[in-house]
Structure formats: structure tokens, C-alpha cells
Design a protein around this ligand. Structure first.
Ligand SMILES: C[S@@+](CC[C@H](N)C(=O)[O-])C[C@H]1O[C@@H](n2cnc3c(N)ncnc32)[C@H](O)[C@@H]1O
Length: 280
């Protein structure tokens, strides 16, 4: 019997339940209690084409999953941790919390190195950088400054092992979100968590990758969600509560408003509670 995806697995002891190993902008950890009741009872595969930190995936622990993202370094970090967790842990345990070391890592050209190296690099910078944030500039360079943390936990060994164990059941792909169309079958569940449509012209963070995500991408995503729905695929979409997003979805989908705490914004006054949408 496939795992009932309506509920997180109950057979793992609490200390083994994985949490995202990367803090990711737009991560859904704080909204899980609102999302879980909207997750369908599905019998097929779980797809997350904008996986980011994978908060819903790690909470649901589906028995079969295909995770993908347009950020190649992120995907390589997932694969490095899935395939060689002990090596990732050993390397992270040796890494010091030190500004010079951080700046050296930040400038490193990482893309020619192994998946394990990419995993260590990304987790280290994520744990020690400002606000625990991943952001690239237009040239694909990681551009977050050193963070002021008090003794950051650079290597959370039990959680890294639990994440790696959970990822053994997942295919991990570097792909654009559209590619889910050829993989998803009736009875599967697709969770789309795209970079959000800005609520206002001054909203800032959209750059998970050097490419960005525009309104035309949101329109293509809505059309894809509709085609999947018509084929019997369960769909859940997260987005900002902007009038543009409502206009795209309100005729065809059920819309739920939720309150989220926005912690990552370069402007202090723009951090705080905001309304977001869960669309299914
Ligand atoms: C809001 S985040 C996902 C957050 C995730 N649900 C979590 O809990 O951490 C959006 C993700 O979409 C990815 N992305 C942006 N454009 C994309 C595209 N065209 N195709 C696939 N992934 C894309 C980004 O790299 C980023 O990881």
C-alpha cells in the first residue's frame, strides 16, 4: 500500500523527522499547519517543481517523489547530501565560523566541483551568511554578506542524516517547472511554490537564480495547473495575495488566504505579517 500522503509518517522517532537542511527564501515551514489540511489523499507520486528548501516534502515524507528546481547548485546540493551524507557532515564539522573563511568560500568558483562540495558549500554559506539566505547576482555569483550569528550550528548532523535518508526515495532533477507536465499522471499530487508575483512595484526579493520569474511565467504556470487538474492530477499552488494572482486563478480554483511571517526583506519595515494564497 502506498503511504497515505494526507499525514506525515508516524513511524519515525521525533528526532529523525527531517526539516529542510537549507533555509530558503519563501520556505514554507511556518505555513505547514495551514497547508496540511489542503493536501489531498493521493495515491501516486509527489512532485515539487520549485523545491527550494522542500519544507512540504520533508513534512509529508511521501513514499515516491520527484523534486526539481531551476537552480542547479541547489539540485546538486540535494544530490550530494542524498548520496554522501557522511562526507558532507565530516567536511562541515571541519568548517570554522570565520569571516575570512566565509569570504573565501563566497568567492569560490564552485560549479566545477563535485556534488558533495556543492552541498558543503551551500550549507556552510546558508548557515553562516546574513539572514541565512541564498541569493545570486546577475552573473550567478552568491552575494550574501557574512552574518552576525552567535555560535551558528553549521553541522546539524541528525537532521542531515534524516534528510539524506528521506531523499533516498526521491528523484532529484534540474529542470524548469513546465517539465512536470510530461511526468505527472492522474492520481499524482503537484505542489507549485514559485517565486511570488510582487504585490507592489517596490517588493524586492525575486532572485533565487540569475534568471528571475515574470508575470508571463505566472500565466504559463496557471495554464499548466489547469491542464494538470483536467487530467486528474491534484494541484496546490502558493503565491502572494496580489490582484494579478487572484485574477489568474479565481475562476478555476479554490482560494485560501493565510497569514505568513515575512522574515527576509532587506528593509526592516517590510518584515512582518503578510497575506498569502493557497490555491487548489
Ligand atoms: C518560493 S521558492 C520555493 C520554496 C520551497 N517551497 C520551500 O519550502 O523552501 C521558489 C523556487 O523556485 C525556483 N525557480 C525559479 N524559477 C524557476 C523555474 N523557471 N523553474 C523551476 N524552478 C524555478 C527557485 O530556484 C526557488 O528555489
Amino acid at each position: 500500500m502506498p503511504q497515505n500522503a494526507c499525514e506525515p509518517r508516524k513511524d519515525s522517532p521525533q528526532w529523525q523527522v527531517p526539516r529542510p537542511f537549507l533555509k530558503w527564501v519563501g520556505g514554507k515551514g511556518q505555513l505547514l499547519h495551514r497547508m496540511m489540511p489542503l493536501v489531498p489523499c493521493f495515491s501516486g507520486v509527489y512532485h515539487e517543481p520549485f523545491v527550494g528548501g522542500g519544507a512540504l516534502f520533508f513534512a509529508l515524507q511521501p513514499s515516491r517523489a520527484i523534486l526539481s528546481d531551476g537552480n542547479l547548485r541547489l539540485i546538486r546540493a540535494y544530490r550530494g547530501l542524498r548520496d554522501q551524507p557522511r562526507e558532507v557532515i565530516r567536511r562541515l564539522q571541519e568548517a570554522p565560523y570565520d569571516k575570512d573563511y566565509f569570504n573565501h568560500q563566497r568567492q569560490r568558483a564552485i560549479d566545477a566541483d563535485s556534488d558533495v562540495e556543492v552541498a558543503v558549500w551551500m550549507i556552510y554559506l546558508n548557515r553562516t551568511g546574513f539572514n541565512g539566505l541564498y541569493r545570486e547576482n546577475r552573473h550567478g555569483r552568491f552575494n550574501v554578506p557574512f552574518g552576525r550569528h552567535v555560535r551558528p550550528l553549521i553541522c546539524d548532523e541528525p537532521n542531515l542524516l534524516a534528510c539524506s535518508q528521506r531523499l533516498q526515495h526521491a528523484q532529484i532533477l534540474h529542470d524548469t517547472f513546465e517539465s512536470v507536465e510530461s511526468r505527472a499522471r492522474s492520481g499524482d499530487f503537484v505542489y507549485f511554490d514559485p517565486p511570488y508575483q510582487p504585490v507592489s512595484a517596490t517588493s524586492t526579493f525575486t532572485s533565487y537564480t540569475s534568471r528571475g520569474f515574470c508575470f508571463e511565467d505566472h500565466r504559463r504556470l496557471r495554464d499548466l495547473a489547469l491542464r494538470l487538474k483536467r487530467r486528474g492530477v491534484h494541484v496546490l499552488v502558493s503565491n502572494s495575495a496580489s490582484s494579478h494572482v487572484l485574477g489568474l486563478y479565481e475562476k478555476h480554483f479554490e482560494i485560501h488566504e493565510v497569514q505568513a511571517l515575512r522574515k527576509v526583506n532587506c528593509k526592516r519595515e517590510k518584515r512582518g505579517r503578510i497575506t498569502e494564497l493557497l490555491i487548489r
